[in-house]
Design a protein around this ligand. Structure first.
Ligand SMILES: Nc1ncnc2c1ncn2[C@@H]1O[C@H](COP(=O)(O)OP(=O)(O)O)[C@@H](O)[C@H]1O
Ligand SMILES: [Mg+2]
Length: 254
């Protein structure tokens, strides 16, 4: 008997107007595991993550979280599910007029009835965890891109979620910061048994954090394998992707 996966895609289809983005996508993520999703730009990686938090509904097929179909949840159930989930947005999505500390506190203020004191302690704990202990009073406009990514990560962690979805957490970061973010992702999965999906182009990141790698192509999982087998695959589509995708080369960007 196998345990119920934390996240399950069962033959999911999603189109926008004439454009089929997901076309029969199926995969499972078991508890405590990290799945990396790779694929060309525009292949539907962010759409996949958005269907998990219920920001998009599939046209057909089912997206299940802890055995329950997200599209069938009512508003109360959906917000309850989101409380167990952290989401690191590709675009950062910090609120410009709130300090770093208040940006991170937001999910707690909106979704819990914790006291101000509890919230302050929790936020400081997450600032420490992403290695920016003194950033509370800064405004988003005053901090670097790498620091913004860390703030986004801290905000995703602040509710101490059981599931974390990372949308290109390392895009545009220099290798040193990327390595430290990767370590944080790995640490969370190992120490807290968090279940995660990481959308990522960089091979070094994927190697470091993923238990399995899924390659999204033509709306489906072309292949899903442990990193070693994935990277040694001689599948022509993967060869082409590794050969041509600039971010997979791991060269420092000028
Ligand atoms: N809300 C939306 N409305 C219309 N088209 C969308 C929407 N979200 C995504 N798309 C389209 O779906 C395709 C996949 O997008 P996305 O998942 O963001 O790709 P990526 O793999 O780069 O993350 C793109 O062509 C994008 O333009
Ligand atoms: Mg994307």
């Amino acid at each position: 008997m196998s345990a119920q996966p934390v996240i399950r895609f069962d033959d999911v289809y999603k189109s926008f107007a004439e454009q089929a983005v997901l076309a029969g996508l199926s995969f499972d993520v078991p508890r405590g595991k990290t799945l990396a999703i790779m694929g060309a730009s525009g292949s539907g990686k962010s759409v996949t993550l958005r269907t998990i938090i219920g920001l998009l509904a599939p046209d057909s097929g089912r997206v299940m979280v802890e055995g329950r179909a997200v599209a069938e949840m009512n508003a109360g159930e959906l917000s309850e599910m989101r409380r167990t989930m952290g989401y690191v947005f590709q675009e950062g999505a910090l609120i410009n007029w709130l300090s770093v500390g208040e940006n991170i506190a937001l999910p707690l203020r909106e979704n819990t009835d914790k006291s101000d004191e509890e919230i302050r302690a929790r936020v400081q704990d997450k600032l420490d965890a992403v290695h920016i202990p003194d950033a509370w009073d800064k405004l988003p406009s005053e901090i670097s891109g790498g620091m913004k990514k860390r703030v986004g990560l801290a905000r995703a962690l602040v509710t101490e979620p059981e599931i974390i979805l990372y949308d290109e957490p390392n895009a545009g970061l220099d290798p040193e910061i990327a390595r430290s973010i990767n370590s944080t992702i790995r640490e969370l999965s190992e120490t807290l048994n968090v279940t995660s999906i990481v959308v990522e182009h960089r091979l070094d990141c994927v190697r470091r954090v993923a238990d399995e790698v899924l390659f999204l192509h033509a709306g489906k999982a072309l292949i899903q394998l442990p990193p070693d087998e994935f990277f040694s695959s001689d599948h022509p589509r993967l060869q082409r992707f590794f050969g041509t995708h600039p971010e997979t080369q791991n060269a420092p960007t000028p």
